[in-house]
Design a protein around this ligand. Structure first.
Ligand SMILES: *Cc1c(COP(=O)(O)O)cnc(C)c1O
Length: 462
């Protein structure tokens, strides 16, 4: 635009210069936060929406409108929350919280080149899984180990590598759906295997496995029924009984442990969950489990077992598609290293620390925080300290509930209150059950932040 043009008076209906609008002091803060290009984009929309109007409106209203329009772009989409649902390994809230050692290792790996696939000794190419394999074999007793993207990927690649084009025998009692479209029959089909279902939903016997073995059989699969339990008149065949039968026929047994764990949780007063070592000791040839469930590390799928079978997994073309990046491998290695000293594990591994937290300590915390929540609710509802039961989550121990304590809000408008809690700067996620909004405090580690934002609750719940 020439100097002459600019000097001419603008006709009344000509749109104002977007640049001039963007320079308004009311928009300075938004420009600093969102960057000028996004503000200019929002201003164009604002002017467009007011086309034909005599003026573009009040500067404060304009700034507020732009702020609201840009909010989804300015704020991170994935946000920190308080998980007060009572479910420790909540899949929708990101499962395990990583130990500080793993966080540091991950940050380091993000900042620098690393020896991901490089041998310092001879300067040759190395295998990326060698960073975690020694720990996985040591902690499970397996001959070899590999790591992939998640346990769904581990099951997929194990089946594809061992049984593609052939039959895999599975008990009908173990044909599970984990949620998020992970169904054993579907995974089986994707791996290119034919599923041979045996037994019934509630009862499967060793003879059922025996009868199904034929010339096309490639493997027997056992699946830990993670998120449900068949009780009453039920029977499944433990791996230890299945292995001798499989051996006689020269077949491998693959077991999907789901969560799996590397240590016996009974040590911390928790119910028993099958360990990967127990499966290996029972003679299972290939065991798969998750990295971000009870193990307490980053998302990963671990495959441990006989060297020859793990090698087939590691060399399968899917391995390239499912491999872990350097950041998660660094976090996983650091997490596994903590298992070398089980005495200190409960202090250093947040998942275990949360699970082993004594109910009495949670109750004391609830009593301490109840008055603050009562005050924040401005007499709109009543707050009680209530004994509740939480869950490990992610399929571990589905029927065993963790004794805990919650701040229970009782009164009208619980849905609206739950929504207000979700709108706090660090959203608070609870659950509505038994006529109350329950905030299970097992996972509340950052009390100051929780307390500091409560004064906003009254205004949000109005
Ligand atoms: C959780 C689970 C899976 C899926 O594991 P991801 O790590 O979430 O992929 C598969 N099988 C069982 C039995 C599980 O419990």
């Amino acid at each position: 635009m020439s100097r002459v043009d600019r000097a001419e008076p603008a006709p009344a209906n000509r749109p104002p210069s977007i640049d001039r609008l963007a320079n308004r002091p009311e928009l300075a803060a938004l420009c600093a936060r969102a960057g000028r290009p996004l503000v200019v984009e929002a201003l164009r929309a604002w002017v467009e929406a007011r086309r034909g109007e005599a003026d573009v409106g009040d500067a404060t209203a304009c700034a507020a409108w732009c702020q609201e329009r840009l909010a989804p772009l300015i704020e991170a989409s994935q946000r920190r929350v308080f998980n007060l649902t009572g479910t420790v390994l909540h899949t929708n809230l990101g499962r395990a919280l990583l130990p500080e050692e793993a966080i540091e290792a991950a940050v380091q790996a993000m900042r620098s080149p690393t020896t991901l696939e490089y041998e310092l000794d001879d300067g040759h190419r190395g295998e990326r899984d060698r960073h975690v394999e020694p720990w996985l074999t040591r902690l499970t007793g397996a001959e070899a180990a590999a790591a992939v993207n998640n346990n769904a990927g581990a099951v997929l690649i194990a089946l594809a590598a061992i049984a593609e084009g052939r039959e895999v025998i599975v008990s009908r009692g173990e044909l599970i759906e984990i949620g998020g479209a992970f169904r054993i029959p579907d995974i089986m089909a994707r791996a290119g295997c034919r599923l041979v279902e045996i037994g019934t939903t509630n009862r499967t016997h060793l003879a059922d496995y025996q009868a199904a073995i034929g010339p096309q059989t490639a493997a027997i699969l056992k699946v830990h029924p993670s998120n449900y339990a068949i009780q009453g008149f039920s029977k499944s065949v433990p791996a230890a009984e299945l292995v001798p039968l499989a051996r006689r026929h020269g077949l491998p047994v693959i077991e999907d442990l789901g969560s799996g764990t590397l240590v016996d949780l009974e040590r911390w007063g928790l119910p028993h969950e099958p360990t990967a070592r127990e499966a290996i000791e029972a003679g299972v040839d290939l065991v798969t489990f998750s990295g971000d469930k009870l193990l307490g590390g980053p998302q990963a799928g671990l495959v441990v077992g006989r060297a020859e079978l793990v090698r087939r997994v590691a060399r399968h073309p899917l391995k390239r598609a499912l491999r872990l990046d350097k950041v998660r491998l660094a976090a996983l290695e650091a997490t596994l290293r903590l298992y070398a000293d089980p005495e200190k594990l409960a202090r250093r591994l947040p998942t275990l620390r949360s699970l082993a937290r004594p109910a009495g300590e949670i109750e004391a915390q609830a009593r301490r925080l109840a008055p603050a929540l009562t005050g924040a609710l401005e007499a709109r509802a009543r707050v009680e300290v209530r004994a509740v039961r939480g869950q490990i989550g992610s399929g571990a121990l589905p029927v065993d509930l963790l004794p805990s304590f919650a701040l229970a809000v009782v009164g009208p408008g619980l849905d609206r209150l739950a929504a207000a809690l979700r709108r706090l700067p660090v959203p608070v996620i609870g659950r509505i059950a038994d006529g109350a909004l329950l905030l299970d405090l097992r996972m509340l580690d950052d009390e100051p932040t929780f307390l500091a934002q409560l004064d906003r609750l009254g205004e949000l719940a109005r």
